[in-house]
Design a protein around this ligand. Structure first.
Ligand code: DGL
Length: 273
């Protein structure tokens, strides 16, 4: 296949549902000419409260769907999948692959001054210790304080981004981390970037917030160059959205995550639900 044909193929992005649109948003900002195929497994969301074994099974289907779309690389936008099943994607796809954990950990390490880093995410992500292990691998003297914040996902999907109730819940979750004097906090879940303002407020602006999705977009750019597969066309890219349940909610709530209208969202059947 000619180089141009490969370069113009889409980047495949998948998530458990809608949250991965924050990663698409970061990709569109950093790599405005890349075509994208997004898959959100809305029929089986959430992944964050499920066992690693089930998430690994779902990940096979998600990967196979993107492979059927003939993508040139795969971005695992979901923190939970990146934490417990990245190897499943790597094994199935003979393509460049990145998750969000390593880029997020590298960005946090570059930002921390006191080597005291907080990590928040789903129960699955936090229990896996994936961020902690990566941070320790980068610098074993780093102190990592993790906290699962399961109520954040439904709050964001409800659009309750800066309500008093959300602020109270955020204070409750983050108190154990702030008393440890963290100076950097990894937002280790696709939904949390939408809570940046509230989290900044309850941490009194004393903590640098790391958006793993943004860090991942920079990694994707570097990987495209490394493999010589960056799109050379300067045309408006084609961004396609696929979901496994009825597209209506995804289309309306998705705008909040993507920061703009989504256009057509198509339902597809994957796996054997
Ligand atoms: N996308 C998931 C993550 O980043 C959050 C939603 C879910 O639990 O599936 O971990």
């Amino acid at each position: 296949m000619s180089k141009n044909a490969i370069n113009s193929k889409a980047i495949g992005v998948f998530d458990s549902g809608i949250g991965g649109l924050t990663v698409v948003r970061a990709l569109l900002e950093k790599l405005p000419y890349e075509n994208i195929v997004y898959f959100g497994d809305t029929a089986r969301v959430p992944y964050g409260s499920k066992s690693a074994q089930v998430v690994r099974e779902y990940t096979q289907d998600d990967t196979d769907f993107l492979l059927s779309k003939d993508v040139k690389m795969i971005v695992v936008a979901c923190n939970t999948v990146s934490a417990v099943a990245l190897d499943v994607v790597l094994k199935r796809a003979n393509l460049p692959v990145t998750g969000v954990i390593i880029p997020g950990a590298l960005a946090a390490m570059a930002s921390t001054k006191n080597k005291r880093i907080g990590v928040i995410g789903t129960i699955g992500t936090v229990n896996s210790n994936a961020y902690k292990n990566e941070l320790k691998r980068l610098n074993h003297s780093t102190n990592v304080f993790s906290k699962a914040c399961p109520l954040f996902v439904p709050l964001v999907e409800e659009g309750w981004l800066d309500l008093k109730a959300t602020e109270l819940i955020a204070s409750e979750y983050l108190f154990p981390l702030t008393i440890e004097k963290i100076d950097t906090l990894i937002l280790g879940c696709t939904h949390y970037p939408l809570l940046k303002q509230t989290i900044s407020k309850v941490t009194k602006g004393m903590v640098t917030l790391i958006d793993s999705g943004e860090a991942t977009a920079a990694t994707v750019g570097a990987m495209l160059d490394e493999h010589g597969i960056r799109n050379t066309s300067k045309e408006t890219p084609n961004v396609q959205f696929f979901v496994s349940d009825a597209p209506e909610k995804f289309t309306s709530v998705g705008e909040l995550f993507l920061g703009k209208k989504l256009g057509v969202v198509r339902r597809v059947q994957i796996g054997k639900h």
